[in-house]
Design a protein around this ligand. Structure first.
Ligand code: LLP
Length: 416
């Protein structure tokens, strides 16, 4: 479900024509629907109402403060992976006790700040990291909490760059080593191991891999219980897939029906970390057609938005639907490309795209997750503006960058 639909042949976001938005704010423009954003959060919360998990929205998917605040105000917690995301989470008003912190490479400074701010817990990814957290907490004279991130060695059946739960991935700790660490738990004087964490990958469209991973950890939790090791939390990560093209992902309800019985059997408080599911279909990116170029072999539609605005096609060969702002019945096979000096700078390849003219606009659909958050200034291009629509109202949630912004931190070198 999303709120980007044609009304009288005009693509609208909720009650506003996308065309009016781009005429007013320019392109490239990220447009988010408040209703779609909150609806996805609520769908997940309702599907899991029986066990009332803390839903920690994964900040990396889209870290705009306005988006974080909308979700935090609805009761969400946040899943962070860096000091920068901690800064954003607190700035958006998220209570520290609703923040969980993953990442295989947390620095000392990041760990110290997170401890001082009093986050709920760290998801720990190695023994060395655990030692480091223990020693930093000791220096700060604090006891801090951690969950051990388990690498359950399951196949998530998704793109190889976004699978994280295979034993060959850098993430988490295998069950044998996790067991050894838990047996030694009293050696870490400033750390309380309060839970386990898993996250097996992203854009996972079926429940089976989630079930397989959760079954592995629930078995492990029983084994720990038998040794008198009691935990409080199980964090089941994110990873729920969405519809970009013809996928038929499990709904939140189907996912919940499959996993809730297993989760309930643990008796633990459940945390989840969805990113894409909440924000993916809540955003689109609109570009203006600059030129249409026909070569002996191909037709190229060249737009003012490139891989610096949306890197997913270049990086994962990801599919995003491309729609004209005014319905056009004719379409033609073309490559939709940006202005960047790289052959990998494409948004769609060999695709049937509406027969647009120079000066028209095209909407790249489902760019809410890992769209802006992975954007860059490559080719010294300004990062796009972002707006959020609620019914017939629109708010700018990020101003378009200026040239002054992109050189702000640069200094001339003084040879003498
Ligand atoms: N928790 C952890 C520990 C994660 O590493 C991630 C995503 C999530 C939660 C949220 O996963 P989600 O619910 O959004 O699938 N850039 C890629 C996706 C990378 C995902 C990284 N980790 C893409 O554009 O497809």
């Amino acid at each position: 479900m999303h709120d980007f639909k044609y009304k009288n042949n005009q693509l609208c976001c909720e009650k506003i024509k996308v065309h009016d938005l781009v005429e007013r704010f320019g392109t490239p423009l990220h447009i988010y629907s408040y209703n779609t954003l909150t609806d996805h959060y609520i769908k997940l919360r309702n599907a899991f109402s029986e066990i009332k998990p803390l839903i920690c929205y994964s900040v990396k998917a889209n870290s705009n403060l306005a988006i974080l605040k909308v979700l935090v105000d609805k009761g969400a917690g946040l899943d962070i992976v860096s000091g920068g995301e901690l800064f954003r989470a607190l700035k958006a008003g998220c209570p520290a006790k609703r923040i969980v912190y993953a990442s295989v490479g947390k620095t000392e400074a990041e760990i110290a700040t997170a401890i001082s701010k009093g986050i709920l817990f760290f998801n720990v990814e190695s023994l060395s990291e655990l030692r480091s957290i223990d020693s930093i907490a000791g220096q700060l004279d604090k006891i801090t909490r951690v969950a051990i991130r388990i690498n359950p060695d399951v196949e998530a059946k998704t793109h190889k760059f976004i699978t994280t739960g295979k034993i060959t991935n850098k993430f988490g700790i295998d069950l044998n080593n996790a067991y050894k660490i838990l047996l030694l738990r009293n050696k870490f004087r400033n750390v309380k191991i309060c839970g386990l964490h898993i996250h097996i990958g992203s854009q996972i469209t079926e429940s089976a891999p989630f079930v397989a991973a959760i079954e592995k950890v629930t078995g492990f939790i029983k084994k720990l219980g038998a040794r008198g090791i009691k935990l409080e939390y199980l964090n089941i990560g994110g990873g729920l897939g969405i519809i970009y093209d013809k996928e038929a992902p499990q709904t939140a309800q189907v996912y919940a029906d499959e996993v809730v019985p297993l989760l309930k059997s643990t008796g633990l408080s459940i945390i989840m970390e969805p990113g894409r599911f909440i924000v993916g279909n809540a955003g689109i990116l609109v570009a203006k057609v600059l030129y249409i170029k026909t070569t002996p072999k191909k037709k190229f539609i060249i737009v003012d938005c490139g891989m610096n605005d949306l890197i997913r096609p270049a990086l994962y060969d990801a599919y995003h639907n491309i729609l004209p702002l005014r319905k056009i019945s004719k379409s033609e096979k073309a490559d939709l490309v940006g202005p960047i000096c790289e052959s990998g700078d494409f948004l769609a390849k060999e695709r049937l795209i509406a027969k647009v003219k120079e000066g028209d606009y095209l909407a790249v659909m489902s760019t809410g997750a890992y769209g802006f958050s992975m954007s860059s200034n490559y080719n010294s291009r300004l990062r796009a503006a972002e707006v959020m629509v609620n019914k017939n109202k629109v708010s700018v949630i990020r101003k378009r960058e200026t040239y002054a912004d992109i050189v702000r931190n640069e200094l001339f070198f003084k040879a003498e």
